[in-house]
Each structure stands twice: as C-alpha cells, then as structure tokens.
Design a protein around this ligand. Structure first.
Ligand SMILES: [Zn+2]
Length: 339
C-alpha cells in the first residue's frame, strides 16, 4: 500500500473503489498533439491501467507551445509523438501499461485500435477521423469523448451508446467542409489554455465514465475563453441519423486505396499506402543515397533532395514536405518509395 493516489481516492466521487476501476480500465487516446498530451498525462497520472497511445506525427518545434508532454530534445530528434509520449509517461507512472502505435487512423486499422478498450479519447484535429471514430464506436457500441479546440474556443461532448443517445452525426451531419474553407490551428492559431481546458474537461468525464458515476455530462459544452462564455447545449438524437438511426456508414468499413492528405498548414502531404509494409531502412537508405541526403533513426528515414523532403515511417507511410499538391505527392512517393 502506498499513497500515490491518496488525493484522488479522498475525493468523494472516486474513492478506493473508483481507483480500482481506473486501474482495470483500458483507454485509447487517438492523437497526441495538444489535446492528447494533456489527456495522456492526466490519465496516466490518474492511474488508468492501460493506455494505447496513437499518433501519426513527429515532434516539431512549433508543437511545444501547447503540446505539453514534449521537450526541445524530442523536437531536435524528430521523435514520433507516440514514442516521445511513452518515454515521458513511463517516468511519470511506471505502474500502468502503455502501448505505442505510430499510425494514421483509418478504416483499415480502427477496429484493432478500439475493440479491446473501454473508452476512446478523441484528441484528433480533423473531422474525417472523428466521423470514422463515431461510426466505428457505433458499430462496436463503445463510448468516446469528443474534443476540439481552435483559437480561444472549444467544445466537448460524451458520446455514449444507447437507444436515446445522440451521436456526433446527429449533431453535425455527415457533410464535411471543403478543404481550406474552415479555419485551422495553423491559420487561426490556438491558445494552450484552450487545449488544456478542453482536454481536462474530457478527462474529468473519462474519470466519471470509467468509475461508473452517473454525473457524466449529457450536453455539448461550448466555451470561448476570450469572450468568457461557457454554454451547455442540449443534444438530442436524430431518428433519421444515418449512423445511429440507420446504421449506414460513410467512413467505417470502407476499403480504400492509397490515401493522400494535405496536412493542416504544414506545406506537406501525407501518403498512406494501401498495404502496411515493414521497411528495411538500411537497404532503403543505400538505394536513396545517390539521389539526395539521407538520415535515419529507429522510427523514421529522412530524404532531402533540395526540392522536397520525404519522412518515411517503418510501416510505409510518408510525409512529403514542400509539396501541397496531393497528386504530386503521390507521384513522388511512387517514384522514390514505390507503390
Ligand atoms: Zn446519430
């Protein structure tokens, strides 16, 4: 016996019983940026027994203003966020189990990421992935907690399966905005206080849900920290909702070919091949050496020919920098890495 969790157990809503439930809980954190840093940190310290840390990206200097788990050293080494997060968190709580997954979350892998957990924390930065999470969670009857932040405003909502409970699609429909038509964190900026508060609100709800409390919020919370507004908005189920009303999915279960995604404000395009590979960096580096500068660590291989840069991950996914056109990114991928 020790007093690691004594302050949490002393709180009436948790107690020793609640603490035991947290220890037995399994949570997937999707995205380890600003929201995910805070979420993974809070849940690890709170003693959630298993955390799956999922992120597709690596640490950069511009992340450090708000992505509170990471250091300048992580950015200098361009560590994958999942790896950097794991390394920091295991020094914070060595008693919990953690698993790192360096991947882009898509319809081909979401089942394996969520089917063996009790709760999914949304810490992503785009609605396409959230729609996929929403549909996959409806299919598997899993609870997930949505969170989003931009500038000084943010919102969060618990999505719990149930006959009378709304899903994300009930609230927002399935229509996604055209790329470039909505503000992003790169164009509109974001305060670290906004992401800290939204993620902390999500985590408080996670503690309630995992301990079986009946205090979990049922409404959408929308905040604007600059305007000092905190609004709770009623959310009702839409009987005509394609997802939870009819079970028709637009993202989940859809097989896809090679995928390209322009990365928010980054002058970069991500390329995800249809099949996962396990690339041998040593032999691959030898092939690319005559074409440009090559460097690598255990997780990524970097190639720079002066016009564009390729950051290649072990599973075949690549981020191509100084390219904004997705077709061009695909052709660079096919030329230098091969499809
Ligand atoms: Zn719905």
């Amino acid at each position: 016996m020790d007093d690691r969790y004594s302050r949490q157990e002393a709180f009436f809503g948790i107690g020793k019983e609640g603490q035991k439930k947290l220890k037995e809980s399994r949570v997937a954190v999707i995205g380890l940026g600003a929201l995910g840093s805070v979420t993974a940190n809070n849940l690890a310290r709170a003693g959630v027994g298993f955390l799956r840390l999922i992120d597709r990206d690596y640490v950069e200097l511009s992340n450090l203003q708000r992505q509170s788990l990471y250091t300048e050293k992580d950015a200098a080494e361009a560590l994958p966020k999942a790896v950097a997060a794991y390394e920091h968190l295991k020094q914070i709580n060595s008693r919990i189990q953690m698993e790192t997954v360096i991947t882009d979350v898509n319809s081909s892998n979401i089942d394996s990421l969520i089917e063996d957990v009790d709760l999914i924390m949304d810490a992503t930065d785009n609605f396409e992935v959230r729609m996929l999470i929403n549909e996959a969670c409806h299919h598997h009857q899993k609870t997930w907690i949505y969170g989003g932040a931009l500038g000084a405003s943010g919102m969060t909502m618990n999505f719990i399966p149930g006959e009378d409970k709304p899903c994300l699609c009930c609230l927002m429909g399935t229509g996604l905005s055209a790329p470039g038509s909505e503000p992003t964190c790169a164009t509109a900026g974001v305060l670290n206080t906004t992401t800290n508060i939204i993620a902390s609100l999500q985590c408080t709800e996670a503690l309630k849900i995992l301990t079986g409390s009946d205090a979990a919020r049922t409404r959408l919370l929308v905040i604007d920290l600059w305007e000092n507004s905190f609004d709770l908005i009623s959310a009702v189920k839409d009987p005509q909702c394609p997802v939870c009303g009819k079970g028709e999915y637009e993202y989940y279960g859809k097989l896809r070919g090679i995928q390209t995604t322009s990365l928010c404000g980054r002058d970069s395009v991500q390329v995800v091949p249809e099949h996962t590979a396990n690339i041998d960096f040593a032999s691959f580096a030898a092939k690319l050496e005559n074409l440009g500068k090559v460097s690598r660590n255990a997780y990524t291989l970097d190639f720079d020919n002066g016009q564009f840069q390729i950051k290649l991950f072990k599973n075949g996914r690549a981020i191509i920098k100084h390219v904004t056109d997705e077709k061009r990114a695909k052709s660079i991928y096919s030329e230098y890495i091969g499809l």
